[in-house]
Design a protein. Structure first.
Length: 408
């Protein structure tokens, strides 16, 4: 590294970081959930420890979000026998008028403020932040420096089958943290029918909220032990939620979200590498002038019984430079469809990289991107995002390009 370049990098490394105020947090949506697992190549079983969540900024302004968290409503499965315990004799959820959603087992949170540029996405791996395609061809490659992952073994989620050491190209700053108050050594996001939500704690840190015993709630009729422990997440903290029903056991599925969070549900057929994907808001998307000539139609990745009614192929349109606005009607029956495969299998992360040099895809071109390049240079892995100048080599020239972009 040239002396001048090293001096600039060193001075940037120790520059103070200025906190950004929250902006447009209500525009964060869950764009896609991949949790059902995929067939193993030899056909013997399914690989179910392969899950991710894609968040998306659904507006033309930057999103800045502090204290952003993930939770899953109880019970884990919509078809669980214990589901009836959360309903009263009148058929209403026992917490219907209590103003909260019970988050079971634990919550995850971003360790620092999350920034998402307009119409861009953030990928969060749930289990196994590695290149799973090396073992299972229908799985997903998570070995990209811009991806985040749920990885916090010291907190108690330490089952190495679910949490192998993340790919070395993923910086430790992208490891989500957790507060575990339930039982088990892994966060058991359902492979058939999760009720997943994102929320932002208000006037309290995620840790202080989730370690306050006054916020605990237990499934009625069951012992007050960690097995049934939940956190009462205030409904007005919840930014988005998706209710998923098991497509192969529809008759036994019951809702866990109140209608103000999600008035419907979307079906998922698990074990087939399918995902849950949000539908395009055709009116708002076609109204954007910059999308003229960039929208791709004849979408063909829905299932026989579930597809995007807009007919717009969102991922192909994004590849053409379109800005997609997704439906956000607080009703999963209208907002989502079952997709034949996770979008990450077909579209490399650089296709959503908003800025040249934004290696870690946090919306900023700064010293953290240089650190990401250095991580790739020191590793045995590869990452196209780190090849900023696109010469097929990740080296000091890419750091120089980032510095040039920072100076603009």
């Amino acid at each position: 590294m040239k002396k001048g370049l090293l001096f600039v990098f060193s001075s940037l490394l120790f520059s103070p970081v200025v906190a950004q105020p929250d902006q447009n947090v209500d525009q964060i949506i869950i764009k896609e959930i991949y949790c059902g697992g995929c067939p193993k190549d030899e056909g013997s079983d399914m690989f179910h420890m392969d899950k991710c969540i894609v968040l998306y900024n659904n507006c033309p302004e930057r999103v800045v979000a502090s204290n952003l968290c993930f939770g899953m409503a109880t019970p884990y499965n919509a078809e669980a026998p214990s589901n009836g315990s959360i309903y009263d004799k009148s058929g209403n959820l026992v917490y219907e008028d209590e103003g909260f959603i019970p988050a079971q087992n634990g919550i995850w949170y971003f360790p620092s403020t999350l920034v998402i540029e307009p119409f861009q996405q953030v990928v969060v791996n749930v289990h196994g932040a590695i290149d799973n395609t090396q073992t299972y061809s229908q799985s997903v490659n998570y070995a990209y420096s811009g991806y985040y992952c749920m990885y916090d073994p010291e907190a108690g989620y330490n089952n190495t089958s679910y949490y192998p050491t993340p790919a070395d190209v993923i910086p430790a700053s992208h490891y989500l943290k957790t507060v575990k108050y339930g039982q088990g050594n892994a966060w058991p996001l359902s492979t058939s029918s999760p009720a997943l939500f994102i929320f932002q704690t208000q006037d309290v840190s995620p840790v202080d909220f989730a370690t306050d015993a006054d916020n605990l709630w237990y499934v009625p009729g069951y012992s007050q032990t960690p097995v049934y422990a939940c956190m009462k997440v205030p409904a007005d903290w919840i930014i988005d939620g998706v209710e998923v029903f098991n497509a192969t056991n529809k008759e036994n599925c019951k809702k866990r979200f109140t209608a103000d969070i999600d008035a419907g549900y979307v079906y998922l057929t698990n074990k087939l590498a399918h995902s849950i994907y949000r539908n395009v808001d055709v009116e708002l998307t076609t109204a954007r002038a910059e999308n003229e000539g960039k929208l791709v139609y004849n979408y063909a990745l829905g299932t026989d019984e579930s597809t995007d009614p807009s007919g717009i192929d969102a991922e192909e349109s994004i590849k053409q430079g379109a800005h997609i606005v997704y439906r956000d009607w607080d009703n999963s029956s209208e907002d989502f469809h079952e997709r034949l495969r996770c979008s990450l299998r077909d579209y490399a992360p650089q296709s959503v990289n908003a800025k040249k040099g934004d290696v870690n895809q946090d919306g900023n071109v700064d010293v953290a991107d240089i650190a990401s390049i250095l991580t790739v240079m020191a590793s045995t892995g590869t990452d196209p995002l780190a090849d900023v100048n696109q010469d097929n080599i990740v080296d000091v020239a890419d750091i120089s390009t980032v510095l040039t972009e920072m100076a603009k």
